[in-house]
Design a protein around this ligand. Structure first.
Ligand code: CDP
Ligand code: MG
Length: 140
């Protein structure tokens, strides 16, 4: 497997609940490298780009309200097979279905307030990373 980069967001719920350090520590402990990081507030415009495929779904307005409700931490993680590995570390979307020890099992409040985002494919990471970081902000 090749080196990959993936976009991770520590969502406003986990950021407010003081889990930034625990979550980054978990990724670093699994040999993933932070190559970009920033705290920011997502605008509705950025949410509509990042979550474009979800526009029109019944949960979309709630999702945008949540994601713009407070600061989040955006980062790019790099490593061997990083896209699939980070999705596995994060666990299933709904914490009730997430495996023990996953970030969502540990820190998510619900299937919407679920602590973290990670790109789900190479096409998604290639689309998502430039929404959050310029080339000069990525240290790869
Ligand atoms: O984040 P992930 O890729 O695991 O899930 P998704 O199906 O791509 O959905 C994106 C995000 O929308 C989720 O992480 C939830 O925050 C939210 N969502 C929701 O609030 N209610 C749903 N029924 C499905 C998704
Ligand atoms: Mg998704």
């Amino acid at each position: 497997m090749a080196q990959e980069a993936t976009l991770v967001l520590i969502k406003p719920d986990a950021t407010a609940a003081h889990h930034i350090g625990d979550i980054i520590k978990r990724y670093e402990s699994e040999s993933l490298t932070v190559i970009a990081v920033r705290m920011m507030k997502m605008t509705r415009e950025l949410a509509s780009k990042h979550y474009a495929e979800h526009i029109g779904r019944p949960y979309y307005e709630d999702l945008v309200g949540f994601m713009t409700s407070g600061p989040l931490v955006a980062m790019v993680l790099q490593g061997e097979d990083a896209i699939a590995r980070v999705r596995a570390i994060n666990g299933k979307t709904n914490p009730a279905e997430a495996d023990e020890g996953t970030i969502r099992k540990l820190y998510a409040f619900s299937g919407s307030r679920n602590a973290v985002h990670a790109s789900d494919s190479p096409a998604s990471s290639a689309r998502e990373i430039p929404l959050f970081f310029s080339a000069a902000e990525i240290f790869d």
